[in-house]
Ligand binder design. Sequence first.
Ligand code: NAD
Ligand code: UD1
Length: 321
Amino acid sequence: MSIKFKNALVTGGAGFIGSHLVDALLDEGCAVTVLDNLSTGHLYNLKHIKDSITFYKGDIQNPKTLMKAVRYCDVVFHQAAMVSVPQTVEHPVDSARINDIGTLMVLDAARKNNVRRVILASSCAVYGTDPNLPKTENMQPRPFSPYAVQKLTGEFYARLYYDLYKLETVCLRYFNVYGPRQDPSSPYSGVISIFMNKAVSQKQPLIYGDGNQYRDFVFVKDAVRANLLAATSEGAGGGIFNVGTGSSVRVRQLWKEICRMSGTDIAPRYESPRPGDIRESLADISLAKSALGFEPEYKFEKGLEMTYNWYKESVKSEVPD
Ligand code: NAD
Ligand code: UD1
């Protein structure tokens, strides 16, 4: 890795992707601070490393806590957000406070504290209704939900802070990230976590639409590696990169695969498509490959199996909050 850093802040570090990122940063020998309001994240995601990090329970919109958390950091990984597309459809204003103003506040705190680089968790949702596939970073975004508009706004601010204030920012457009620790407990949770939970507890899943919609599912450890590469690659500042795999799985096929893995044979229930949902999603990752050296290492079958084993174990141990 060509750019070195010692102190990192992970906003949303008690969440699914953030907590894996914290693990990886500690493995790299970094001092890690986490700022999280525990709205969807959990302390048990950090239990195994709680004595090795500095944890602030607080909101990214609280300037005092934010400034305390950012101080002395070289790199900020901004993961905190209202993550669910349908939840932002229901709460367009509240979600904008977190996803837009919150992101702006993180960028500004970084600027004021001379942070070297900020990595923003953006989303492939910004491509929205553009029917062309696979998605390349130079396509015209056509956001189709408040969430997508908010992530796109975050990208614009990131670029502005790069141009205007010379703060190095890198935006990662994650496709659908999955893996251990993704919280399945809400109807807003990611589809793989919900389906895993259904399979383990032998319950019927719900499919919105005909189930032929598809997603490019990327394993969480690959998304984490993309973050480390984005933080350390020379010349990545000001850039936007897709983080996916370049292959896709239909939702209906996903349930079949999980059934096969778990020995389940339950037919799903079908309901109307969710408002704001995009239909198809597939990443072109050639830019991330050439500029960051990013290559996904986990094949879907392997990642899905690791994820299934984790859900099976976590049901046994009934992790407390
Ligand atoms: P998550 O819900 O597990 O993590 C989000 C974390 O942010 C949680 O720990 C939550 O408590 C915290 N948080 C939320 N609002 C906060 C606030 N106002 N102040 C402080 N902390 C706050 O979700 P995740 O899947 O780990 O998502 C991480 C990031 O990646 C998000 O920005 C999300 O939009 C983005 N993303 C996720 C996916 C995916 O498939 N999971 C895909 C694209 C983009
Ligand atoms: C997810 C992420 C979002 C990210 C986006 C990138 C979560 C909660 N959301 O949104 O942050 O920016 O990927 O693409 O992680 N579905 C069902 N049954 C269910 C749940 C979902 O059929 O029980 C369907 C949905 O209607 C959708 C697909 O599965 O068509 C994927 O849904 P979901 O996992 O919520 O992902 P996205 O909406 O793509």
